[in-house]
Design a protein around this ligand. Structure first.
Ligand code: GDP
Length: 355
């Protein structure tokens, strides 16, 4: 009676190890191919990252140390402001300068998985013959904070694959999208003159994350006025945050006007992007990098904890605690403490696994 579960567990363990090996091999093959320019492998890797599979984990372990060279640029703003038009114009500008660029278009509400949205297929076609451009949409996989971690992981894969600039374009301005854009080295917030005035942006908490504010649709009346209003608003209050070197200095975003449909102002935007990166030096760069590191580690930690709590040995206890919270017999804080205590009381059993 006692033997059957034990041998089943051993068999399961063996299967698990075999599939981990297979995932590692596949990840290595895909990662190496992606780095040598194979776009199909790169696309597959990004699908794995999006689905948070074992292949993605192995690939990221391999690729992460090779990333860190790309300039990550987040682009956010209300729908209709012209983000995708601006991204297209930026791609053209970057390619004109001989620089390579990848785009991750993040859409948390999209049910579409594992491939480009229709619009991106169209965008991609324009660069079908250009190895220096890669465009990819990502949907979210609905767990808290996961979107920023997933898009950051995707950016790391693109970075390690050699793209010099990675544009992370968000579709809207929900909380998670703002987090995504804010996790970049340089965050661009787009506004359009006819979309109302600056109040809208403040409400969304958007301007707080902006390193560069772009008033797009410069060909429309009111663009310069909106830009002037924004500039007046964004004058930093004197001395705030400057005394304490440990505190991040408040952002003083530059306000630019572009006309994405004609390309006017895009060259200036690129100059501003490069300048922000260069001027950022260690301060800005490391703050953004730290934020990305935190988002990624947190997301993996949560995943790992849930995995361990759901293992067959712990399942009954975990399920019991979940039921108790559902019944309001236990509060969620006590539940979390109890589960953490249970995990740490039998630590050694878990350690033997990897390597
Ligand atoms: P997104 O939702 O922020 O990605 O916005 P889109 O790039 O899809 O643009 C929304 C609409 O605004 C489209 O019809 C664009 O052609 C138009 N648009 C984008 N940039 C400009 C611009 O600089 N001037 C004008 N007049 N229209 C623009």
């Amino acid at each position: 009676m006692a033997d059957a579960p034990a041998s089943r567990a051993a068999a399961l363990d063996q299967t698990r190890r075999a599939s981990a090996h297979a995932a590692a091999d596949r990840a290595a093959a895909l990662a190496d191919a992606a780095r040598s320019g194979d776009r199909r492998s790169l696309a597959r890797l990004l699908t794995a990252v999006e689905n948070r599979t074992a292949v993605a984990e192995h690939a990221l372990r391999r690729l992460y140390p090779l990333a860190g060279g790309a300039h990550l640029v987040g682009i956010t703003g209300p729908p209709g402001a012209g983000k995708s038009t601006l991204v297209a114009a930026l791609i053209a500008e970057l390619r004109g300068a001989g620089r390579t660029v990848a785009v991750v278009a993040v859409d948390p509400s999209s049910p579409i998985t594992g491939g480009a949205l229709l619009g991106d297929r169209v965008r991609m076609q324009a660069y079908a013959a250009d190895d220096g451009v890669f465009i990819r949409s990502m949907a979210s996989r609905g767990h808290a904070g996961g979107l920023a971690a997933t898009s950051t992981a995707a950016a790391a894969v693109l970075d390690a694959s050699g793209f010099e600039v990675v544009l992370i374009e968000t579709v809207g301005t929900g909380q998670s999208e703002v987090e995504v854009a804010a996790a970049a080295d340089t965050t661009v917030v787009l506004e359009a003159p006819e979309m109302g005035d600056e109040v809208q942006a403040i409400k969304a908490g958007l301007l707080e994350v902006a390193d560069i504010v772009v008033v797009n649709k410069g060909d429309r009346p009111g663009a310069q006025r909106t830009a002037a209003q924004l500039r007046a608003m964004l004058v930093p209050s004197a001395g705030r945050g400057d005394d304490d070197p440990a505190r991040p200095t408040p952002k003083r975003p530059e306000v630019l006007v572009t006309t994405a449909v004609t390309g006017e102002g895009i060259a200036d935007l690129l100059v501003a992007l490069d300048r922000h990166r260069a001027e950022g030096g260690d301060g800005v760069t490391s703050a953004a990098r730290r934020a990305r590191a935190v988002a990624q580690i947190r997301s993996v930690l949560v995943e790992r904890l849930w995995e361990r709590l759901g293992s067959s040995a712990r399942r009954p206890v975990t399920d019991g605690v979940i039921a108790a919270v559902a019944e309001h017999e236990l509060d969620p804080y006590a539940a979390a403490d109890r589960l953490l205590a249970a995990l740490s009381s039998d630590e050694p059993e878990e350690v033997a696994d990897e390597r």
